[in-house]
Design a protein around this ligand. Structure first.
Ligand SMILES: Nc1ncnc2c1ncn2[C@@H]1O[C@H](COP(=O)(O)OP(=O)(O)O)[C@@H](O)[C@H]1O
Ligand SMILES: [Mg+2]
Length: 327
């Protein structure tokens, strides 16, 4: 175990009956950095986080958090971490402040210190005005901030954030990103799962892309974007039969790119501003009219399309027959 790795897994695996939800995953998060785990619904993100947070035992493989084994030293691991779930774990009927106080008391902190810590966190997360309101009256963004505050009561060195911004509007998302950056500046190590490439790009020092429980790509945001293109160019010819021509044209002009043909559209990841105008002029010269010619930020969907040649699939509901034994 390197001193510098806050989180490390080797061959980490979780089976639910026949389903391998987390399949032989190796990853590391360096101390004081953000590791982004990027994957679609059902990729195995929550299952992995639950194992690292000692809420569920691996079927095979090992994991270390803060240097401690997630199975043998589970209690030590728990003392180091904070966990924010995809579904907020705060009590709806209590006020924001009561929730934080309650957690402080659970952690064995004195009443006075719990109150001080609660007030400090409420202020840090812009919730002081709502401190005495029941959480059921909070907006989605306020709830996520409270959820994040709740995970910080014990001042964890290592924080797991499982899809912290799913369902938030862009403003609330941006606010949460700033808060995560602040924590990392103070030395916290964060493992963040997300379905959004942009979020991983904004926050992560390193990214692990997972699909069907397996790692399918790793790298810094720059390396990944260089590989897949930070933006996606979509070209749909008026004449669906011309799609092959469009594809060959891309291959001719830009042999380093890897165009994918799907539903009468050619999609290609690009990270160079000159590609779009060059292709526009090539298409015009060849006389291939397009009904769509669109350059957009790559979504996770497009990352997947580029990495795997297929789209990220929605979660398959039939996989839920096996049940997890809780500890
Ligand atoms: N307790 C469980 N019992 C059976 N299957 C499960 C259980 N938890 C998760 N799964 C399955 O494992 C896979 C990964 O799920 P999950 O880790 O929740 O993915 P993600 O968080 O990336 O959306 C899914 O196919 C899901 O249905
Ligand atoms: Mg999940």
């Amino acid at each position: 175990m390197s001193q510098l790795n806050a989180i490390e897994t080797e061959g980490l695996t979780k089976r639910f009956g026949d389903l391998v939800a987390v399949d032989d995953i190796d990853l590391t998060a360096r101390e004081g950095t953000v590791l982004g785990v990027l994957g679609p619904n059902g990729a195995g993100k929550t299952t992995m986080v639950r194992m690292l947070a000692t809420l569920s035992e691996p079927t095979a493989g090992t994991g270390r958090v803060g240097g401690f084994d997630i199975v043998r030293d589970a209690a030590r691991v728990r003392s180091l971490i904070g966990l924010t779930g995809q579904f907020a774990g705060v009590d709806e009927l209590l006020t924001g402040e009561e929730n934080l106080l309650f957690i402080g008391r659970l952690l064995g902190v004195s009443r006075r210190q719990s109150r001080e810590r609660a007030r400090e966190l409420l202020a840090q997360f812009n919730l002081s005005d709502a401190a005495d309101k029941a959480v059921k009256a909070y907006s989605g963004g306020m709830r996520r901030r409270l959820d994040l505050a709740a995970s910080l009561v014990g001042r964890p060195r290592i924080l797991f954030l499982d899809e912290p911004t799913t369902g938030l509007d862009p403003r609330a998302r941006g606010e949460l990103w700033d808060m995560v950056r602040g924590l990392v500046n103070d030395g916290t190590t964060v493992l963040l799962t997300t379905q959004y490439l942009e979020e991983a790009d904004q926050l992560a020092d390193d990214i692990v892309v997972i699909d069907h429980g397996k790692v399918i790509a790793t790298g810094t945001p720059r390396q990944l974007k260089a590989k897949i293109g930070g933006q996606t160019l979509r070209m749909q010819p008026d004449d669906p039969d011309a799609v092959g021509q469009v594809r060959s044209l891309v291959a001719e002009g830009f042999p380093e790119l890897d165009p994918v043909v799907e539903n009468g559209t050619v999609t290609v990841g690009v990270n160079d501003d000159t590609v779009m105008p060059a292709l526009a002029s090539m298409l015009r010269t060849r006389g291939i009219p397009l009904s769509e010619f669109h350059l957009g930020l790559s979504s996770l969907d497009e990352v997947f399309l580029t990495l795997t040649g297929r789209r990220a699939e929605p979660e398959e509901p039939e996989a839920a027959d096996a049940t997890e034994e809780e500890r």
